[in-house]
Design a protein. Structure first.
Length: 135
């Protein structure tokens, strides 16, 4: 009877537990905080950490500067090694391209400090000075 309970549990995996098992977050508590904080979207919508996941669904995860969109391939409720965790999901091609572009832009410093065409004129320098003094 105990085996049937384990198999039914493997089909009903909570979102926070799956994110923890797939090694996106170090602890379940952190996974729950990220879900509650709006950093994780399940099938395009914000959800609760107790939401049951199923295979074929998409999860969008924001971690720092990066945003990943993955499709759930398999379910797991136990945290194992990283090679096993990578078999639980597949990242979409669009997500990979976007992450690579953003990483390159960050490396070159384009996102944080965009360049200007020319030097600021007298009026723009005055406005910049006023803005800095206000802060």
């Amino acid at each position: 009877m105990k085996q049937s309970k384990n198999t039914s549990e493997s089909t009903n995996i909570r979102l926070d537990k799956w994110l923890w098992a797939a090694r996106f977050y170090k602890t379940r508590a952190i996974a729950k905080q990220m879900i509650d904080g709006g950093k994780v979207f399940y099938n395009g919508q914000r959800s609760k950490s107790g939401k049951f996941v199923s295979t074929g669904d998409t999860v969008r995860i924001r971690q720092g500067y990066e945003e990943k969109e993955v499709t759930i391939i398999a379910l797991a409720d136990k945290r194992r090694d990283a090679t096993f965790a990578q078999t639980l999901y597949k990242e979409t091609e669009q997500s990979i391209e976007t992450r690579e572009k953003n990483a390159l832009a960050r490396k070159q410093g384009l996102l944080l400090n965009p360049g200007t065409e020319s030097k600021p004129d007298k009026k723009q320098r005055r406005q910049i000075r006023q803005l800095k003094e206000r802060i």
